[in-house]
Structure formats: C-alpha cells, structure tokens
Write a protein that binds this ligand. Sequence first.
Ligand SMILES: [Zn+2]
Length: 354
Amino acid sequence: MKLSMLKLCALAGFGFVVSVSTAAADPCMKVSLTGTQGGPPLFNGQAGAGTLVQYGDDSDKCGAVKLQFDTGRGTNMRLSQMKVPVGKLDAIFFTHMHSDHTEGLGDILQLRWHFNSGGPKVDVVCTEDAKSPIGHTLSCSNFVAHIGDALIESGEISQRLAENKKRLPGGPADLVNVNTFAASGEPLQVWQKGDVKVTAIGSRHIPGHASYRVDTPAGSVVIGGDAGNDIPKPPRPSSTSEQVEKLAQGADVLVHSTIHPAMGPDKDSGFPPPIYFRQSNAADLGALSKRAGVKTLMLTHLIPPMGAAKQGPYPIPGGPLDESHYKAAVKEGGFEGNTVVGTDLLTITVPAKN
Ligand SMILES: [Zn+2]
C-alpha cells in the first residue's frame, strides 16, 4: 500500500524527502518513591511505603513497563500525581503483609475494576503462605482474594454491576492474577516481560518477607523492603540482610526501608527494641551499599520521618531529624556513592539524564 502510494507520488512528479531516524532509542529506567512513610503512623500527609519502577526508552519517557512494589496508604494518589493510570500497571509486588505496605491495594484494584474490567488483568507477585513458629499465617493470596469483600458486603459491587454488566462479576479480586513463590535464600526469577526481569529472595522482617531485584538493559534496582538481619538482635555482624546484600551486588540503585540509630535502645526514645532491631539502620545500610558496590542508595520508609518530633508515640531523642542526619549515618557506614534521602514522588532516572 505504502509502496504504491510512493509510486503514485513519483509518477505524479511530486518531490518529497523521506526522513528516517537511524538513532536507536536509548533504554532507560525510572525509580520513583510513591510513599515514604514507615509504619502505621501518619505524618504530614506522607503516603505509605511503595516504589514504582518504570522501564522503556526515550520514545515512551521510560514508561513502557510499570511495576509497583508495595502499595501503602495513598499509593493511588501518588500515581495520579505522576500521571500513571492504575490500568497501566503491569504488576504489583509485595515485600510483606504489613498494612503500611499493603493498604492501598483495595483503592487501586477498585478503581481498576471500575474502569478497566475489560483487562488486562494485573499480576500480583508475592510469597506463598508463611506460617509463623507461634501459629499465625501470613497470606498474600488470602489478602488479594478478599480485597473487595467489604465492598461486596456493602452491596456496592452488585449496584455497580447492575449499571455496567461488562464489569467482572467477582469484584476487584477478579482482575488479578496472583503469582506466589516459595522464597529461599537464593535469588529466584519471579516475573518477566521482554527485557525486564524480576528476581526475589527471602529475607527476614516478618514471616513471608521478600526482597526484589529488577534487571533491565538500562540498569538494575533492588527493593529491600523492611528487611533486617536473620539474627533478630545483637550480637550480630550487622542489622542488614545478607540476602539483600547478595541481591544488591553491583546494583545501580538500592531502595531500602531505614531506621535511624537515634531510635536505638541505647538512646532515650522508648521505641520498642524488637521493632528497632527488625529494621536495617542507616549506618549499616551505608556499609552494605559499600560492600555490594551499589551506586545509589535510596532511603525510604524513614523511621522517624524527617521533621517529625515523634515516631508514633515515641519522641525523637535530640529533636527532629533532617536529611543531613540520615546522610551522616550512611557516611558513618563508609558509603561514598550517591545517597538519596527519600521524599514522596522523588524520582531518579538510570542512566542519569544530564
Ligand atoms: Zn513497614
């Protein structure tokens, strides 16, 4: 068709210039913090923990593939600020079943069900059911299967189905492919689309916790989640996870939840020691990043939040912390790469754009 048109143009004696771009589009990746709040408290409108990883090239603003890691409170609002429609997410990954990482999922799936019931379905990737030694079970698949239950019970889902029969009959959970995996201490590939590959490793915080690595032709990013060391309290070599360190070797970016040493039991905050010890502290994250050869350490899920006088009910010894306090702790750990102290919507691009 095109050829015959060209012939026609030529026969008609039209002069024309064909411009063909021969430059290959450069692959790129964007890592955005959709929420930086650590734990259940609220502070200053910060959204709950989450990271959006996008991959593509210059022609699609690095956005052909969109992966959301954790969906804390307000994730939908942050995605809207980045102009990322929920219908465009390719997959959602969970590090663990704590509400500060999960409670935005209902909001996301209800919106997607409302407008995108025709598909595609979204993959939710997480660990298989994990039984605690003291009896309870953490279940991502149950969490997802029941995500719309309150809306079903209220009658809303029936009402909205009555006004649009193209919506999926089971409500928001019908729109999900749940892919669970058995996490171990070795990296396991859990998802792939084209050039984008995601691997996971089991790590310690609560039963079923996992950390992830995304590899793309543009670079790599590791999402540590709330991982801490397998040994639950000192004496131990570090508060950080050996599994995360394995996953983070040579990574361009490590995004990791962080607790500041100011909240430690040797200070005066009264913060519960077991909760302090199950997070990685900022100094030890600096040391891990140095050992693993990470280029950029992106601190998120900051405990305490910058500027806060308290973490929940616990006062911050010495007063509120700012960016310099977090950076100083990372430096103390020996890291000389790029340290980014996370705020909501903060985005870095790999490779860096000049
Ligand atoms: Zn958390």
